[in-house]
Design a binder for this molecule. Structure first.
Ligand code: SF4
Ligand code: SF4
Length: 136
């Protein structure tokens, strides 16, 4: 019982500390990252090139070689620099570790990032991923 009470107190303290650290930041509440497969053929490449025609969409490859698509779009409950549903926020928000915090560098995990078709095309050409000739 004593241990449960201690654990609860520790979580409560961490929560308070996180609230102080996060005040007026909210950087990690303004986008979503979705893991995707690395493009293997021209259909995959064409799909990713199409995604990059849309505003506020980036694609990036992590240092672990995993591919992600990033949508720069703020979370709806975000109000005046704070979470508007803090007590009922999703687990993904609760489990986000401060050691992984991106406050100082939003691209710290990115090995390559592509913000437009040209950037991705040049990477695909280098890696010899096939794609349709009309991108030449
Ligand atoms: S980026 Fe870091 S400091 Fe900013 S809100 Fe997220 S966890 Fe808090
Ligand atoms: S639910 Fe709250 S903590 Fe989670 S991303 Fe949205 S604003 Fe941020």
């Amino acid at each position: 019982m004593k241990k449960i009470i201690e654990d609860e107190k520790r979580i409560d303290d961490e929560d308070k500390l996180n609230r102080i650290r996060c005040r007026n930041c909210t950087a990690c509440c303004k986008y979503i990252n979705v893991p995707i497969d690395a493009p293997q053929d021209e259909d995959d490449a064409d799909y990713l090139l199409w995604c990059l025609l849309h505003k506020n969409v980036h694609i990036w490859i992590g240092k672990n070689k995993r591919w992600f698509i990033k949508f720069m779009t703020p979370c709806k409950p975000l109000k005046k620099g704070a979470c508007g549903r803090y007590k009922t926020r999703p687990m993904i928000c609760r489990e986000y570790l401060h050691e992984e915090c991106e406050k100082l560098d939003l691209t710290k995990d990115e090995m390559h990032s592509f913000h437009n078709q040209d950037e991705l095309l040049s990477y695909l050409k280098k890696k010899k991923v096939p794609f349709f000739g009309f991108y030449d």
